[in-house]
Design a protein around this ligand. Structure first.
Ligand SMILES: C[S@@+](CC[C@H](N)C(=O)[O-])C[C@H]1O[C@@H](n2cnc3c(N)ncnc32)[C@H](O)[C@@H]1O
Length: 245
């Protein structure tokens, strides 16, 4: 008897009414969505919800990765809500930063996500396999106690920094001219330390500075900037080929 009451009470306490007045009048026809535990009652993670809410509110637009409008091009990045005004940062290119003299050969084999900057610096934006392992390892190496110095969530489906999807922007083609362009930027020493955890980039090699050495290695960040107003529903296209004269 006691066990039966306990089970009934546990079941009652596990029940969560979302719309009590509606349930009261539809009690007979109710359908229950059962979840194994209260903590697992999430379809998408909190970070995904937050990024959608915050992105639209602060930037006036949202972007998402989904199947490209180009047949056979895999996934691409779309503006899904709002409008991106011309000359606005739409995305960031996440990944591990390599100087030209650092070893990237192994990571670059069959890897379409290696971005080459104008001065020969590489950014490996692949979120799988060895590239992912290296980024995670560098992120762990450079964290300072509890403080992260970069964002690792771009390696998942739900980046905390919603801009960090630029590696999925496809190349322009006939009928789909570029509407964004890559722009390089160096993060300097005075960048707020507390905001570094949102930067989706990290150096491949450790900082070999000696204590007291004032020199600072800037961190290369690549952003994608809109070339014109981009409306909701449009896919982002860049030019993979930049001619530097
Ligand atoms: C940096 S990735 C872009 C993300 C890629 N679409 C994906 O789903 O992983 C570059 C790769 O995307 C594909 N791609 C990019 N632009 C394309 C285009 N205009 N037409 C066909 N494939 C394209 C090619 O396979 C290329 O190697």
């Amino acid at each position: 008897m006691g066990g039966w009451v306990r089970r009934l009470r546990a079941r009652w306490q596990a029940y969560r009414y979302r719309f009590v007045p509606w349930i009261a009048v539809n009690l007979k026809d109710r359908k229950v969505r059962s979840v194994p535990k209260g903590t697992q009652d999430k379809i998408i993670p909190d970070s995904a919800v937050l990024s959608t809410l915050v992105m639209l509110k602060t930037l006036g637009f949202c972007t998402e990765r989904k199947e490209s409008s180009l047949v056979g091009a895999g996934r691409g990045v779309f503006v899904t809500r709002g409008t991106v005004p011309a000359k606005t940062v739409v995305s960031m290119y996440p990944g591990t930063m390599y100087y030209p003299f650092e070893p990237i050969l192994l990571q670059s084999i069959a890897n379409p996500f290696v971005f080459r900057c104008i001065d020969g610096v590489f950014i490996d934006g692949n979120d799988c396999r060895i590239s992912k392992m290296i980024y995670r390892s560098c992120a762990g190496r450079d964290r300072i106690g509890p403080y992260l110095t970069c964002d690792r969530s771009w390696l998942t489906q739900y980046p905390k920094n919603p801009l960090a999807v630029g590696q999925y922007v496809n190349n322009q083609s006939a009928g789909h001219p570029a509407n964004v362009a890559y722009q390089e930027y160096n993060i300097q020493v005075d960048f707020p330390f507390t905001l570094r955890k949102y930067l989706p980039n990290i150096h491949y090699s450790p900082n070999l500075q000696t204590a007291g050495d004032a020199s600072y290695r800037s961190l290369r960040v690549v952003v994608l900037v809109s070339l014109r107003d981009i409306q909701a529903g449009e896919e982002l296209f860049s030019s993979y080929f930049t001619l530097v004269e």
